[in-house]
Design a protein around this ligand. Structure first.
Ligand code: BGC
Length: 738
């Protein structure tokens, strides 16, 4: 039992040789055993589990985080099974283990791959200390629908941002050496298209044309594979009539064939047997057959493989070679993890859980994730020197569990520092902080405490309202059709507004919300997602200007649900709307019947713009962008050009800014989006500091899948923008030549 943090990487050639030698010694049942994952879920070992491991019928377990139990399970596997093959131990370590980082969507709002990488490192280290060696993260499903509860687990709507951050998380979990004791295997999920569930209803059907699949949904997975991700998980969803767990085209042709992925593919929870419920197969045997043919190497919690694969082979419906390949894929990852050298975990060899560095990482991530949506009359930052009294009101000001967000199986609410506590300790002795919850939960419709809240507000110099949704309102199977603030929160906002006091709304939520009905009723909005363990101190620092907000939206905020899907990189259409061509429903003349109402692509009641655009996020500082130039006006295929821009902090406040680069390919073999993010950089600028920022743009960065599904960069004209949001207007152009 001596985990080592030293570089113990094992040579790939020797792994391949050991895998094939081991495979030769394995019976068919033992190979199928490797393909079967069993849910433990308890901290004691059932006989059937112990026997299963002993008999070589279990390759993996999930949901056990008691290190003694894990070590005992490994001991049975290694010492008592015929071939001594260790288990791979899985757990959903999604945005932290005990120390919880912001939800992934919040981490995406940092636009900082280093923060994402460090968050995953901390999570890996804490989880590994309990014997977990495989996480089911990152989730890199492109999510253009905020109704979908799992948008919280995603990295947002954009292909490039998701690809960069997803790869960083893979690197964070897996480190430089997968066999080190403090690294764990990552799992890119859910392959693929899950985020496109119809109407954002979790598990619903997806229909994605191949061109969109290749240009939008697949690239983050390709980036994860390129970053060395060990495993992928298939999606629950049905894609164009073939559920992902039986989708040979996706798993065999694209993932293995085109991308050369050599790790293993796990199903989602019981998604093999669900093929029957989808109506694709008649029974579990057919489900096992179809999933195996598709290339799903391991069945997560289900027994279709265990009960039926051997028979399916016996009957000649499946080539045994498929089983050999699947088992080899799994063994390869177990070997890379160093499990054959040392399957045991010594928790004392790890740094303490939730140590100062872990909490520091969680705070840095939360600080950078919060997005300042609006800030009228510079109401923020609040001044601890000038304010005598502030009222802190709302159901999410002091909710230690709720601020952690969805998927925090192991998250420790005792570690949470809430905004209410953090504000108290930050301004202690300077500002009188008065707190009233006012609503039991975000969903409460009881307005009984609103008069007391209004009285408290009236006696204070400023009000900070903590609103939003609890963690239970987002995540798996927690979709919403109405994504405005639940319950009577909007009424509370209006009642507080009547006091005439400055009102700041801090919103904690697992998704973009429609804030149309409150946006004009408050002076400032800080959108904090579910910010995790250290959310409170981060929010307090931002409220009082210790640090400036610097998060940028990773997903568009619609004005109303009917606009969904609304995302920045939409297509132009043949009739693009402009401010001049849109007509509002209230402006239709009742007396002079109109035949035409603009004739462009907009909604009569919502226009065509979002409430807050992708990439949007204000700062207490102000930045000026100028001198946008490219190193050449023509770029030959296969070459790069340099994009250069000057950014100046025109304020007296040091702050971070996220510089964003967008392009538009004006003419394509298939129509191209109106803008596409191609680069971004988070930079820090001191007061009055000017920086020159350069981006390298290669013609490969401009490639897309054409009508024949070939990846091409086409010669022609490109527009290019750089600025602090997807709505930036600082523009230049260049031309790609053959
Ligand atoms: C989810 C996966 C998760 C798995 C194991 C499923 O319901 O879709 O994302 O990894 O459960 O907990």
């Amino acid at each position: 039992m001596s985990p080592s943090f030293a570089d113990t990487a094992i040579a790939p050639d020797s792994i391949e040789q050991r895998v094939s030698e081991l495979l030769e010694r394995m019976t068919l049942d033992e190979k199928i055993g490797q393909m079967s994952q069993v849910n433990v879920g308890d901290s004691y070992i059932h006989d059937y589990l112990a026997d299963g491991i002993r008999d070589g019928r279990v390759g993996s377990v999930l949901n056990v985080v008691d290190v003694d139990v894990v070590n005992e399970l490994q001991r049975i596997a290694v010492e008592e099974s015929r071939l001594g093959i260790p288990l791979i131990v899985g757990r959903d370590v999604i945005h932290g283990f005990k120390t919880v980082m912001p939800i992934p969507l919040g981490q995406a709002a940092t636009w900082n791959p280093e923060v994402a990488r460090q968050g995953a490192r901390v999570a890996a280290r804490e989880a590994a200390s309990t014997g977990v060696n495989w996480t089911f993260a990152p989730m890199i499903d492109i999510s253009r629908d905020p109704r979908w509860g799992r948008i919280a687990e995603s990295l947002g709507e954009d292909v490039y941002l998701t690809s960069v951050l997803g790869a960083a998380m893979v690197e964070g979990f897996q480190g430089d050496d997968l066999s080190a004791a403090d690294t764990i295997a990552a799992c890119a999920k859910h392959f693929v298209g899950y985020g496109a569930a119809e109407s954002g209803r979790d598990y619903a059907t997806t229909n994605i044309p191949e061109n969109e699949l290749r240009n939008v949904y697949l690239p983050p997975f390709k980036a994860a594979v390129d970053a060395g991700v060990s495993t992928l998980m298939t999606s629950f969803s049905d894609l164009d009539g073939v559920p992902a767990t039986a989708n040979e085209y996706l798993v065999r042709d694209v993932l293995r064939g085109e991308w050369g992925f050599d790790g293993f593919v796990v199903s989602d929870w019981d998604s093999v047997r669900q093929l029957q419920i989808h109506g694709l197969t008649a029974n579990d045997a057919e489900s096992a057959e179809q999933a195996a043919i598709a290339g799903v190497d391991m069945e997560m919690h289900g027994d279709a493989y265990a009960n039926h694969l051997a028979k399916v082979i016996e009957e000649g419906r499946l080539d045994e070679q498929v089983i050999d390949t699947a088992a080899a894929n799994i063994l390869r990852i177990k070997m890379r993890l160093g499990l054959f050298e040392d399957p045991y975990t010594d928790p004392t060899a790890f740094p303490p859980i939730a140590n100062a560095q872990a909490l520091e990482t969680a705070k840095a991530s939360a600080l950078q994730s919060v997005v300042l949506l609006k800030n009228d009359h510079h109401v923020l930052p609040l001044s601890a020197e000038k304010l005598g009294t502030i009222a802190v009101i709302g159901p999410l000001a002091d909710a230690p569990y709720e601020q952690l967000g969805t998927w925090i199986f192991d998250g420790d609410r005792e570690l949470s520092v809430t905004p209410m506590h953090a504000i108290h300790s930050l301004v202690h002795g300077k500002v009188d902080v008065r707190y009233l919850r006012a609503m039991e939960t975000s969903r409460s419709r009881d307005t009984g405490a609103f008069e007391e809240a209004a009285a408290l507000a009236a006696e204070s110099d400023a009000v900070v309202l903590f609103l939003g949704e609890e963690s239970i309102l987002s995540g798996e199977a927690h979709s919403r059709a109405d994504i405005s603030l639940p319950g009577a929160q909007a009424d509370l906002v209006r009642r507080i507004r009547e006091t005439g006091k400055p009102v700041v709304a801090v919103i904690l939520a697992g998704r973009p919300l429609t804030l149309t009905n409150i946006v004009d009723e408050v002076d400032a909005i800080l959108f904090a997602w579910h910010p995790g363990t250290m959310g409170g101190p981060a929010i307090a620092d931002l409220l009082f200007g210790i640090e400036s907000p610097s998060g940028k939206l990773p997903a568009t905020f619609p004005r109303m649900v009917g606009q969904i899907p609304i995302y920045y990189n939409q297509k132009n259409t043949g009739k693009p709307p402009t401010p001049e061509t849109i007509v509002h429903i209230d402006d239709i003349d009742a007396h002079a019947p109109q035949l035409s109402l603009g004739m462009t692509a907009f909604h009569l009641d919502a226009g065509y713009t979002p409430l807050f655009a992708f990439g949007h996020g204000l700062s207490y500082a102000t930045f000026n962008y100028e001198h946008l130039e490219t190193s050449a006006s023509e770029l030959r295929l296969g070459e790069s050009l340099t994009v250069s821009v000057d950014i100046t902090n025109t304020s007296a406040i040091a702050a971070d800014e996220v510089v964003q680069l967008y392009v538009r390919d004006l003419v394509g073999n298939v129509t191209r989006p109106v803008r596409e993010l191609k680069g971004f950089r988070r930079v820090r600028l001191q007061p009055s500091e000017k920086l020159n920022i350069e981006f390298e743009l290669h013609t490969d960065d401009l490639a897309f899948y054409d009508r024949k599904m070939q990846l091409v960069t086409e010669p022609g004209e490109f527009q290019l923008w750089v600025g602090g949001s997807s709505e930036t207007e600082l523009e230049t152009a260049f031309r790609v030549i053959p």
